[in-house]
Design a protein. Structure first.
Length: 360
């Protein structure tokens, strides 16, 4: 789950399997041989993720690695994260041993972690995982504040591949306040052109809400989101991008291809979705409370429940706006997920509209 659903026109370049000689060179070894490989994910022709076992220096010993490679431009953000932004959360990430920064084929070689994805039907697991996510998010509060006040070294690792000026440009590009306004502006334009479609799925309630947003309510929604402190948002903290490290049960966040610098509430924008990748609706409050508890454990800037919950509701509204805009663009095409799909999201939005009226 991410905000890349609309990236239909991304160019696709076939990629070849990574070789033993490439692994040897990137890891700085004299000799290594791939003796086993397991394909974990293949996304079209742009990305592969593998578990690769190497025999090192012709000996009997082998070592497992988690390897991501391909041509997808989102790897640029992931390399940026590990190369320049990961220092505050070393305990919650995989170790990056080496990488190749080449648009022809980006390569990242990580440690292999023994563990499994979290069971979001288990209350104890939810409590521990979301507390750890809160600690992760809070670890960036102070570095980002200092960065905004001119201390780049508080956030950025000194020796980065990109160089100081380029890395600062890349980091500035992942601040997302403007992105939220653009999501609404695009939706507003689509809704005006497709009033019949909007009325058929949301009726007068949705039409009036969109009009109220255009008349100033959108400012309240975005201001409420940005009332929360900023953090690094990995882009997707659903089940299959999280790992429970054995044997210490520590939560590891795996995927940074869509990182943003965003208010801490936005990490929870998916919570409440009817999706197997996040806790069920009945366990959403536990997840949110655990996340807030983790944040408050880590930082001196304590956040009260009501302020956090209001900002969470507004983050959910912006997420639904994104999905609604995406559907309006795809309606009637081969990529249209169907009426039931959009009606489920509009029903969620109807509940959120009722909640925003309490804030307003």
């Amino acid at each position: 789950m991410n905000h890349e659903m609309g990236a239909d026109n991304m160019k696709s370049h076939p990629i070849e399997d990574i070789t033993s000689s490439e692994m040897t060179k990137l890891l700085g070894l004299k000799h290594a041989e791939i003796v086993d490989r397991e394909l974990i994910l293949k996304n079209s022709d742009t990305k592969k993720i593998e578990k690769i076992r190497l025999r090192i220096n012709s000996g009997k010993d082998t070592k497992d690695y988690f390897v991501k490679y391909g041509t997808t431009p989102s790897f640029i953000k992931e390399i940026l994260f590990y190369d320049a932004l990961s220092q505050p959360v070393r305990d919650h990430i995989t170790k990056l041993f080496s990488y190749q920064f080449n648009p022809a084929r980006y390569i990242m070689i990580f440690e292999w972690i023994d563990g499994g994805n979290p069971d979001f039907s288990n209350k104890n697991v939810i409590s521990n995982v979301f507390r750890d996510l809160g600690v992760f998010a809070a670890s960036y509060e102070d570095p980002i504040i200092k960065y905004q006040h001119g201390n780049a070294g508080a956030l950025l690792t000194g020796n980065t591949h990109y160089g100081k000026d380029k890395v600062e440009d890349l980091v500035n590009d992942v601040f997302v306040r403007k992105e939220n306004f653009n999501i609404f502006l695009e939706l507003s334009g689509l809704a005006k052109r497709k009033t019949k479609s909007v009325n058929s799925i949301g009726g007068e309630k949705l039409a009036v809400f969109l009009m109220n947003c255009e008349n100033g309510l959108i400012d309240l929604i975005i201001d409420t989101i940005y009332h929360m402190p900023l953090t690094i948002h990995p882009g997707d903290v659903s089940k299959f991008n999280l790992l429970i490290r054995e044997p210490n049960n520590q939560t590891v966040v795996l995927d940074y291809e869509n990182i943003k610098i965003a208010p801490m509430c936005m990490l929870m924008e998916y919570i409440g979705e009817k999706d197997i990748h996040v806790p069920s609706e009945s366990l959403s409050t536990l997840a949110l409370q655990s996340y807030l508890n983790g944040w408050n454990l880590k930082t001196e800037n304590k956040i009260d429940w009501r302020s956090f919950y209001n900002s969470y509701i507004c983050s959910r509204i912006m997420y639904k706006f994104y999905l609604l805009g995406w559907w309006l663009k795809k309606e009637g095409s081969k990529r249209d997920p169907g009426r039931e799909w959009i009606l489920n999201h509009v029903n969620d939005l109807s509940f959120l509209i009722d909640q925003i009226e309490k804030i307003n």
